[in-house]
Design a protein around this ligand. Structure first.
Ligand SMILES: C[S@@+](CC[C@H](N)C(=O)[O-])C[C@H]1O[C@@H](n2cnc3c(N)ncnc32)[C@H](O)[C@@H]1O
Ligand code: SF4
Length: 509
């Protein structure tokens, strides 16, 4: 259930129209304002964000939590399963994902044996009768595996879990290495969503990022996927890469629009050379400036809106009939490590493979990031946990507000209080006084004061029941969410380079 009930469907549709109007204007944002809000900040695929999770949270603790979750009668949450398949043949120089670059396919053979071990260990601890409503292969490049390997590992997962009949079953693919045989195997297994990495079709940019990917190759793959029955096609693009200008990227978007993807991710290039040193191999002087990046974002957004796409939030767009648009309109959208999702709201996220993240009722945990450590833990029959976090009541409150801001773009004081009471029941925290009698304006008196300048800058408006982001505020949603982040000032030295969506931290624009 959404955390607030301020908006009706009509209201949400009106807000999409307002957003489109903003982007029809020639100068969308004054430069001074742009500079004020172009800060580094989290992308809020979790709250608290990964850099503050700690290694004191270990495998035995995770096993205990899983045991409690399994035996808790009230807990009938479905599972959302994520499997990390990290291999790629060559490195794209911009890449910030946790990948293993190798052309020696026997490495993948070994990895699959260990994934099977992890699955067996987890299967003992999970309630396997619960439905899996979302299954996702991410990477790396899942289609680095042969069709036979994909068939074998997927069958193992599907035979272990209770896959819901209408489950969303998604895979990330690199069109340069994905064959018709891969697609046929995935379609036969039941995959219904496919996400293609594109980034940019401009030859000069492709050369600079070490990723030569002709338009025709991508087009052929999209057509094959559709003819094989994939219902949803997503395309990933990045703005901020070398040699990009609004003009060059305009042409890329025109080509992308010919493919009519159902969803589009337009990622802001996370330039994090201290974690991804290979990024330094690209000429720094060729990177577009902050202002240029924003111009590219505006130009692309205009093109998407004109082509009939809806703005979902941050970096996501979708056609009106796509589930993501429907979820935005009906305020059932969620956000997790996979970005904006429609199915994860009530689900526990179970991650497998190196660096995979799980999200249990009130806890986060993340697997070890490197293959040797991951293998060693599993050889010792241990869960390969690297670090984790147990949410405090304050974290839970702030998480609810930030989720509402990032997904619904509104905060209703009464809606947050109601969501917290429901959550308290679920987490057996009914006796917690703060949650039972939650008073938003009292609890967040300082934050509400801190929002005033953002309201003056036109990012949000206050209503009698709460506040909501303006069209401009939707672009700067991270900046507004940062006001409610109690951990922002004190990140640990431990950084999180592995999840592409959450380097520490990319710029908000
Ligand atoms: C796992 S890859 C997609 C599948 C496949 N490996 C491919 O590249 O086609 C996930 C996506 O993360 C995004 N990504 C990777 N590194 C990034 C970075 N440094 N900044 C922004 N986005 C990034 C890219 O858009 C990429 O398509
Ligand atoms: S962008 Fe995709 S193909 Fe390129 S290195 Fe990263 S994960 Fe591999």
């Amino acid at each position: 259930m959404p955390a607030n009930s301020l908006n009706t469907l009509a209201n949400q549709q009106a807000r999409q129209a307002d957003f489109a109007t903003l982007f029809q204007q020639a100068t969308v944002v004054p430069n001074a304002l742009l500079q004020r809000y172009n800060l580094t900040g989290p992308r809020y695929t979790s709250y608290p964000t990964a850099p503050i999770w700690n290694e004191a949270f270990s495998a035995p603790q995770l096993a205990t939590i899983l045991g409690q979750s399994k035996t808790q009668d009230a807990n009938t949450q479905p599972y959302s399963v994520y499997v990390h398949l990290p291999f790629c043949e060559n490195r794209c120089l911009f890449c910030g994902c946790n990948v293993v670059i190798t052309q020696q396919k026997q490495h993948a053979e070994k990895y699959l044996i260990y994934l099977e071990k992890e699955l067996a260990l987890m299967a003992e601890k999970l309630d396997l009768s619960r439905p899996v409503t979302q299954f996702h292969y991410g990477g790396g490049t899942p289609t680095y595996l042969t069709p036979e390997q994909l068939d074998q590992i997927t069958t193992l997962f599907f035979n272990t879990f209770n896959l819901a009949l209408d489950a969303e079953i998604a895979v990330e693919v690199d069109p340069r290495v994905t064959t018709v045989e891969h697609l046929q195997t995935l379609a036969k297994l039941g995959f219904n969503r496919i996400s293609l990495g594109v980034q940019d079709f401009n030859p000069q940019t492709q050369e600079a990022i070490n990723r030569i990917q002709p338009f025709e190759q991508t087009q052929a793959l999209v057509e094959q996927a559709r003819s094989l029955g994939f219902k949803g096609v997503n395309i990933d693009l990045i703005y901020g890469l070398p040699f990009q200008t609004p003009e060059t990227f305009k042409h890329t978007i025109e080509q992308v629009l010919q493919l009519k993807p159902d969803r589009l991710a337009l990622y802001n290039y996370a330039y994090i050379p201290w974690m991804a040193p290979w990024q330094k191999q690209m000429p720094e002087s060729a990177l577009p400036s902050g202002e240029m990046k924003y111009a590219i974002f505006c130009q692309s957004t205009q093109q998407f809106l004109q082509a009939g796409y809806q703005y979902i939030g941050m970096d996501h767009f979708a056609l009106p009939a796509d589930e993501l648009s429907v979820a935005w309109e009906t305020e059932t959208l969620n956000r997790n490590f996979m970005g904006y999702t429609t199915r994860s709201g009530q689900a526990e996220l179970v991650g497998f493979g190196i660096s995979a993240i799980s999200s249990w009722n009130g806890h986060y945990s993340q697997n070890l990031k490197k293959l040797p450590a991951y293998y060693e833990a599993l050889d010792a029959e241990m869960l390969p946990t690297w670090r984790g976090y147990e949410l405090s009541v304050d974290d839970l409150i702030r998480q609810t507000v930030i989720q509402s801001l990032m997904c619904q773009n509104t905060v209703s004081y009464a809606g947050i209080a109601q969501a917290l009471q429901e959550n308290a029941k679920f987490r057996l925290l009914q006796s917690d006084e703060t949650l039972a009698s939650f008073d938003f304006t009292r609890y967040f008196a300082d934050e509400l004061k801190a929002l005033a300048p953002l309201a003056e800058d036109g990012l949000l408006t206050f209503t009698s029941e709460g506040f909501e982001l303006t069209p401009l505020g939707r672009i700067f949603s991270r900046n507004v969410a940062m006001v409610f982040d109690a951990h922002l000032a004190k990140p640990s030295a431990d950084v999180s380079p592995d999840v592409p969506a959450s380097p520490q931290f990319s710029r908000t624009l």
